[in-house]
Design a protein around this ligand. Structure first.
Ligand code: ADP
Length: 270
């Protein structure tokens, strides 16, 4: 069985990514075949829970997905959310802020995309870029991005106080795995569209990004909005871990179908 608690960043603990194995397949020593056979069951569970969440229409779930380039955010979304009701799931990708967004505080563009009642919102990148790429590329002075960990914790506390469940996932790949994936993208025409020159620049800043991630994970994993570091070199295992974390979160939320309107049982369809 998969023990997801081993991937949760305990609030207050110091994250050292080099000590966390991106190749882990703990709980699934049987390997890829066994893993692939298990995913459909988790997909079905997730779909059932999401249907209840949508019907209940009061709770909401925010999933934050972060990773180094080629870390597998898009593939995770495709595989983990297979079979859900697309009406109740919204994916929002955050790219470079535009002029209008840059003229405001960095959370201004984020807040409108938090999930409304009954909905699962997935952030493909997020407000965390504002302490990651912004830090590594020196886009603002350190004293400004340093204050942001507290802003982010306060913002997330506001959301959870108001009824949003937050799950934050960092897909952890190794430097070598990134090299393999970038090479594959260069070689395979149907993957090449995903490549940008900036991916190669960012790869040169691998160590700085890892350090920025370590500090972000350390400072912003809280009881109400915890981070999970998901081993992501093996895609099949990554999918199982992410699915298990989301099923666990939704099971705790325990969404229920609303009671039917009184008197319905006496009605006859003519
Ligand atoms: P992805 O790499 O997630 O598939 P893109 O190729 O569109 O998507 O890349 C999005 C880019 O936007 C990334 O390089 C990321 O660093 C950048 N980005 C996202 N948020 C910010 C931000 N707040 N400030 C600067 N750059 C950002």
């Amino acid at each position: 069985m998969l023990d997801i608690s081993r991937y949760r960043v305990a609030p207050g603990s110091e994250v050292d990514l080099s000590s966390l194995d991106p190749d882990s397949k703990a709980g699934f020593e049987g390997g890829k075949q066994e893993g692939k056979e298990t995913l459909p069951d988790l997909n079905a569970k997730l779909a059932d829970l999401q249907r209840r969440l949508w019907a209940e229409s009061s709770q909401k779930l925010l999933v934050v997905l972060q990773a180094m380039d080629t870390g597998g955010k898009d593939g995770t979304i495709r595989h983990v959310f297979k079979g859900v009701n697309p009406q109740g799931v919204i994916v929002h990708g955050f790219t470079k802020p535009n002029e209008v967004e840059l003229a405001r505080d960095y959370l201004w563009r984020i807040h409108p995309h938090v999930p409304p009642s009954g909905v699962v919102s997935i952030f493909n990148r997020s407000h965390y870029e504002d302490v990651l790429v912004v830090r590594v590329r020196n886009l603002i002075p350190e004293e400004r991005w340093r204050r942001r960990y507290q802003h982010i914790n306060d913002f997330e506390r506001l959301l959870t106080d108001e009824g949003t469940t937050i799950v934050k996932l960092f897909l952890h790949i190794s430097n070598e795995e990134q090299r393999n994936r970038l090479e594959a993208r260069l070689e395979e025409p149907e993957k090449r569209w995903k490549l940008h020159e900036s991916d190669f620049d960012d790869r040169n800043l691998w160590d700085q990004f890892q350090t920025a991630y370590e500090e972000a994970l350390t400072r912003t994993s809280t009881e109400n909005a915890p981070w999970y570091v998901v081993p992501a070199n093996r895609k099949w295992y990554r999918n199982l871990v992410v699915s298990s974390i989301l099923v666990d979160a939704l099971e705790r939320m325990d969404p229920r179908y609303p009671d039917p309107e009184p008197g319905l049982e006496a009605l006859v369809v003519t």
